[in-house]
Design a protein around this ligand. Sequence first.
Ligand SMILES: [Zn+2]
Length: 503
Amino acid sequence: MTDNFSELPQYELDPATADLLPLEYCLEKSVVILGRRPQDPGAPLTVGCLSPADPALRNDLSTRLRRPATLVQLNPWEIRHALERVHALDLQVEEPGVERVSAARRISFAPGQAPRDILADTLAEAIRAGASDIHIESYPGDVDLRLRVDGVMRQVQTPLAPDNVTRVVSRLKVLCGVDFAEHRRALDGRFTALYEDGPATRRVDLRVTFQPGPHGEEASLRVLDRSRFILDLDHLGMPQGISKRWKSLIRYPYGLLLAVGPTGVGKTTTLYASVEAFRGDNLKVVTVEDPIEYEFLKVNQKQVAKAMGFADWLRTFLRANPDVILVGEIRDAETAEIAIRAATTGHLILSTMHTGDAIAAVGRLRALGVPDDFLSDVLVGILGQRLIRKVCLKCRQPHAPAPELVAQYYEKAPASGFVKGAGCDQCGGSGYAGQLGVFELLTHDPAVVAAISRGVPVEELRNVAIARGWKPLVEDALAKAEAGLTTLEEVARKVPPRFAVKA
Ligand SMILES: [Zn+2]
């Protein structure tokens, strides 16, 4: 910044003059009315902004102010401090990157609340509900707050409105330490919420994306609440047979083990629970992740960055010769190649892939250039998974699903009882509470391995696997519906019947 840096002290900030422009407008455009120089009361109004030469801004200001204005350049910090002083706006944070949130907070509709209170109430509500994401969305004349709970979006009534959303999002930007004057590009930031529940304080990390929207400020917050991780392979909902085999597969001295499925189905949780199972084994375990969602004691964890991707970290790890390497995701040919090489040279590689099911993962690895003989050599197991909602135990009742729905999954309807939740206070009327994994496990059965090394196409491989006793995950999902743990309607939302093997 040039000598303009010293503009600010020359002006008397006058709240009455500053009010000629609404605060929301000032925050959105990063402008502030600086008042007049005391020694020059007849001079035109002076407005501080980021780029005085911007013709659109000049036009807009002269229309709104209906009087001549002189534009001077200020930096974002100066604009923020001038706005804070003149509007008594409280965007200050006590500890950079940290927000203390009392569990006793409730969303309040009291008029004139400070942005910090609206934000803290929202965070308390989201953490209490076990939300995985918080979305602030601006529409014409309206602002929505939605939480993702158990994988489903839920609308929440809040005092967020077009006339305060910029202040609340500005507070969020200050917390994340990002430039609150930037409205033209998407920004990423993060902060930590300390959730104070009686004598206990829980650390919850939030990764925030700010997006400029056509109708105002928008932000998405990913809630990384470590206390919600299940780190026990016995509590993920795996059928007993799969759980037993997976536990033996992770003891292999070398090879490739994958957890596959779409985004948000618990693949990371499976790998974390597997890493936790190594505790006390005197193995050297390293991870490279994006992001690190849970910090383990005595596990060397690395975060992917621009300069160091999955492949770069893998190469670095190999020189240190660890026993087990967790690679957050295999998504490119380079990572696939090094992961396979690591698996052939005495390391156990745990990773995830975004594929529909376990068999499709074989096709994806081939597409990434992994030769069939290497793949058949290192493949230890592929776990396919999905998350389904559990029926609410408080309002669960017997239920007969629509015959057309039953017919999509069964040639002959099973005798045992399907259920549904009627909806109650406990489950917010949804009939569901919590989530449960459904699984399939493809292991290195000799016939499957031989088929992969012969380059058998994926569809044929599926038949080979089924002939050898592999059960697609729809079977686990249907077993859970028949056992009254979930509903057939929920299964239909998550697991398409085309994968079903009819009874
Ligand atoms: Zn209920």
